[in-house]
Design a protein around this ligand. Sequence first.
Ligand SMILES: [Zn+2]
Length: 213
Amino acid sequence: MIKVDVLPINPWQENIYILSDETKECVIIDPGCLSRGEKQYVVDFITQNKFKPVRLLQTHLHLDHIFGARFISEHFGLKLTAHKEDEFLIGEFKSHAAKYGIPVEDETPELKEYVSEGDVIEFGNSILNVMHLPGHSPGGVAYYNEDDKLAIVGDSIFRESIGRTDLPRGDYNSLISCLKNKLLALDEAVVLYPGHGPSTTVGHEKKNNSFLI
Ligand SMILES: [Zn+2]
């Protein structure tokens, strides 16, 4: 049984997700911890819960989701993993941070492993299936577990809203079509955990998301 912990962080209130199961192995998703204090908070949370991090995953590589990626990967000895189509965003890490006036001390994160549609991520006794959801960014993915009916969806969909598509290589039509045909095709009880804000369900979005009705 997967337990989902949510740690909203940084000026964008980006949700860091820590998924664990009865084995205490865990995966860390979207480590947006920016300040030294925020990084320590994430490390302390993992240590206090006696979690053993085995994977470091990204739903996508926008700035607010990767502030702490280099730190977390080095601290826990994990390979930063994301979809290849988003790799170009890593190269813009420093310049984007400068553009927004964000003091980034860390070196640019390095992508060490790729995920793509249909991949299976294992941790403890659990698995996550990778769904490619391009549109908010070209390499956006969701991590889905069928048994426990949950998906970590990044910024593709929010409660009664959808991700913006005006950022580099965003694509509105592609986002709408993969949300309708893939994500909302899942069981209505599946809980969706977005990159910002509260969780929702497939059923709720099918009834209430005006972008997707
Ligand atoms: Zn984003």
